[in-house]
Design a binder for this molecule. Structure first.
Ligand SMILES: O=C(O)C1=C[C@@H](OP(=O)(O)O)[C@@H](O)[C@H](O)C1
Ligand SMILES: C=C(OP(=O)(O)O)C(=O)O
Length: 428
């Protein structure tokens, strides 16, 4: 357990930075590469602990995967690349690894057991086990399939038509990964749009998938082909430096080659609405949208965030709460009850820790209410073992008069092992 002393820099943040590869895309590239035919080379892969858990699980399933610098080489041999593991699959702290792998293993004709850390053990899995049972797979876990350890005996699947009861890309992706192996056409109805990296990657790997309105259709029995994947910078990681630049006087930061997939850019919309000085330059290329984001220190106004925007910024809400402490007026975040089932209860974690720094912030049933602008002061705070809470508090320390002591700061390695080095480059 590491406690870090964090002090305010003497001037604003300045310079250019390329944040590490997108976590959602890195996970998916390993998964699709593992079940495709032929070699997949992944460029700018995120070497964070969550994505390394995904690699370790697929190695345990018999796939040859090599890490070469910031590239990963996956030697897929089609769906049969995966073989019955003799050991438990350890999904660490990663919800994405656990839930997407459940969908993949649902169609494989063998038995496997999945177990993660203490945080994963508290996260709901019934949202995935329920639809997978409808496909005809045998899947179970603690409390009627709701919690790890999970046991799966995959089988011959029959396509399903399913309306997502929660706006979750992980649930949608698990269903699509099972659907690829099922007999017939699987349909997923998505009432609220969630990140679509799985759909995009199915196409990149030579598969077919259609979308009509809110319905996604996918034919089973498709064979995918290995390919080369370039992973854009993670906008969810960039969000910490976007916020830092907007709240630390004198800052001007350019975040190069960041993913701009429109199912992920809710933070840009919110920051622009709050009055942040920003400039986005999109680049052309294949696959995912990508570009440079320039952010400067700005006077900010409070805003209301809810409804269909929530899935497009769900992981950025902790740092948006910090941003709101530096905006004039009231910011209301609602419709975000999903925050309660992330690595921690992120409503409780953000409200408790930012209060210690002097923020005017209150929890509500489905979000929080923040009143600004408030000057923050140093205190002893804790990440709660949650990477996004840890980075939010580290960004807060850039504007506190006295030092912040951040407990459990190592949680940041889950998604951004170079976070403090990168912060140092912009503040030196
Ligand atoms: O599909 C993904 O890669 C993710 C989806 C989101 O979770 P939910 O699907 O639970 O909303 C997000 O919070 C998570 O960090 C990554
Ligand atoms: C919720 C997150 O990830 P996961 O669900 O994969 O643990 C996150 O990275 O904020």
């Amino acid at each position: 357990m590491d406690t870090r002393k964090l002090t305010k820099p003497s001037h604003g943040l300045n310079g250019e930075l390329q944040v590490p590869g997108d976590k959602s895309i890195s996970h998916r590239a390993v998964m699709f590469g593992s079940v495709a035919e032929g070699e997949t080379r992944i460029h700018n892969f995120l070497m964070g602990e969550d994505c390394l858990s995904t690699i370790a699980c697929f190695k345990r399933l018999g796939v040859k995967i090599d890490i070469q610098g910031d590239e990963v080489l996956v030697e897929g041999k089609g769906w049969d690349s995966l073989t019955e593991p003799s050991e438990v699959l350890d999904t660490g702290n990663s919800g994405t690894t656990t839930r997407l792998m459940m969908g993949l293993l649902a169609g494989r004709p063998f038995h496997s057991v999945m177990l993660g850390d203490e945080s994963i053990a508290k996260r709901p899995m019934k949202r995935v086990t329920d639809p997978l049972k409808l496909f005809g797979t045998k899947i179970d876990g603690r409390e009627e399939g709701n919690f790890t350890p999970l046991s799966i005996r995959g089988g011959s699947l029959k396509a399903i038509r399913y309306t997502l009861p929660v706006a979750s890309a992980q649930v949608k992706s698990a269903i699509l990964l099972a659907g690829l192996q099922a007999e017939g056409v699987t349909e997923v109805i998505e009432p609220e749009r969630t990140r679509d990296h799985t759909e995009k990657m199915i196409i990149e790997f030579g598969g077919e998938i259609d979308r009509e309105g809110d319905t996604i259709k996918l034919r089973g029995g498709q064979q995918l082909k290995g390919t080369s994947v370039y992973v854009p910078g993670d906008i969810s990681s960039a969000a910490f430096f976007m916020t830092a630049a907007a709240i630390v006087p004198g800052s001007r930061v350019m975040l190069k080659n960041t993913g701009l997939n429109e199912t992920r850019t809710g933070i840009i919309e919110v920051m622009q609405r709050m009055g942040a000085k920003m400039d986005i330059t999109e680049k052309t290329g294949a696959g995912e949208r990508i570009g440079d984001i320039l952010v400067e220190f700005s006077e900010l106004q409070g805003t209301e965030i809810g409804g269909e925007l929530i899935p497009a910024l769900i992981d950025e809400i902790p740092v948006i709460a910090l941003l709101a402490t530096q905006a004039q007026g009231t910011t209301i975040i609602k419709d975000a009850e999903e925050l309660k089932v992330k690595e921690t209860n992120r409503i409780d974690a953000v409200v408790n820790e930012l209060k210690k720094l002097g923020a005017d912030i209150e929890a509500t049933e489905d979000g929080m209410i923040i009143k600004g602008k408030k000057s923050l002061q140093g205190a002893e705070v804790d990440s709660w073992g949650d990477h996004r809470i840890g980075m939010t508090l580290a960004v807060a320390s850039l504007i506190t008069e006295s030092p912040v002591f951040l407990g459990n700061s190592e949680a940041i390695n889950i998604s951004y092992p170079d976070f403090f080095d990168h912060l140092g480059k912009l503040t030196d």
